[in-house]
Design a protein. Structure first.
Length: 352
């Protein structure tokens, strides 16, 4: 007969425990664990050998083998604890570590102020029945301009200083760019779905332009589009007044002025009285002496834009708007320079 005996198990446990009591660091304790309890460890081999014993011996030695395993496991846990405790005490008495000091607080992240304001804007429009959709930041000339009634060579293209993208693959002569506004999503949404449409589109835009207190070369916009039978300019004004009321409260003054965008007719811009000079204007660098800060462009969707996506402009009408969330956050929180948003200064970002 080959295989373990009660005697050999007893001796193995003794040897293991003798070694264990002299171990005093995590690495040697782990080596010990592998040597005795690991897959190829001494005790594991012994337990495997039990299967070779006669039936009457197997029972007795098997019980002993299991007890041995439990003893080694429990002794290891206890020794790990003793060693950790001893190390802590040593460090404490040696003045290396004061365990009574409060721990270092872990820094908890927060949402960027732009993300916070975009969520607030989306919430306001969601409750008015608008769904949120998103679109590509790298866009075709076709959607950024052509579908919006701004053909090649049209002077209105100068309104959006464009960053063009070299297309790495054959693009059939189509030109690619960093979208200058979220308006291309008007055509994409209308192509993908039929009326009625009520969507808002938050997203990043890029323009090749100089920066100042209210202009960045990359910034966000939130586009809005509503198309249905019988939508009028009164719906546009009602929706945007309600939006301003929800975000800024009843006392903020709102101004609509005629503006030109080739994809709306009539077109307007909406401004809110300047938070820095309370609408006074004179000598204010935030509103550049005007007393007003423009927060969005808007208007009734141009019949040509509707026709290009296959909607009959004699049946359907709609309004669209595009607003700048950073400008809204500036108004709401009294931030006097848009460049603070993306300059990664934690002293600024931690305030939100
Ligand atoms: C547009 O981009 C139009 N697509 C808006 C529109 C949509 C009009 C639908 C009609 C219908 P505009 O260039 O004015 O328009 O930009 C819209 C808003 O984006 C501005 O009111 C402003 O809040 C913000 N914005 C524009 N340029 C910058 C910039 N350089 N930095 C920060 N915010 C900007």
């Amino acid at each position: 007969m080959t295989g373990p005996t009660s005697q050999s198990i007893h001796e193995l446990v003794q040897t293991a425990l003798d070694q264990l009591k002299d171990l005093d660091n995590a690495a040697s304790l782990d080596q010990w664990r592998v040597a005795y309890l690991g897959r190829r460890g001494h005790l594991t081999q012994v337990l495997r050998g039990i299967a070779q014993l006669d039936v009457d011996q197997r029972r007795e030695v098997g019980v002993l083998g299991n007890q041995a395993k439990r003893t080694l496991e429990e002794s290891l846990v206890q020794r790990v604890d003793e060693v950790a405790h001893a190390q802590l005490e040593k460090a404490f008495t040696g003045d290396q570590l004061d365990v009574t000091l409060p721990g270092r607080p872990s820094s908890i992240g927060r949402l960027h102020p732009t993300t916070q304001i975009i969520r607030e804007i989306c919430d306001a429009f969601n409750t008015m029945g608008f769904n949120v959709v998103e679109g590509p930041e790298v866009e075709w000339d076709h959607y950024n301009f052509e579908m919006l009634n701004i053909p090649q060579g049209h002077p209105a293209r100068d309104m959006w200083n464009t960053l063009w993208v070299d297309h790495p693959a054959p693009s059939d002569g189509r030109k690619m760019l960093m979208r200058t506004h979220t308006s291309p999503m008007q055509a994409r949404v209308m192509e993908a779905a039929g009326p009625p449409i009520r969507v808002i589109v938050p997203g990043k835009c890029y323009r090749y332009e100089a920066t100042d207190a209210t202009h960045e070369w990359h910034f966000y916009q939130v586009e809005g589009l509503a198309v249905d039978k019988g939508i009028t300019f009164a719906d546009l004004k009602g929706t945007l007044y309600e939006f301003a009321r929800r975000l800024f409260g009843d006392e903020r003054r709102v101004r609509f002025r005629c503006d030109y965008f080739p994809f709306v007719e009539p077109g307007v811009d909406m401004s809110i009285d300047c938070f820095a000079c309370h609408g006074e204007g004179t000598g204010c660098r935030v509103c550049r002496d005007s007393g007003w800060i423009e927060i969005m462009g808007a208007g009734m969707v141009h019949p040509k834009v509707l026709a290009r996506v296959g909607y009959d402009p004699n049946i359907y009408t709609g309004f669209a708007f595009g607003l700048g969330p950073e400008r809204i956050a500036m108004l709401k929180y009294g931030i006097d320079d848009i460049r603070l948003f993306y300059s990664n200064d934690l002293r600024f970002l931690r305030q939100f």
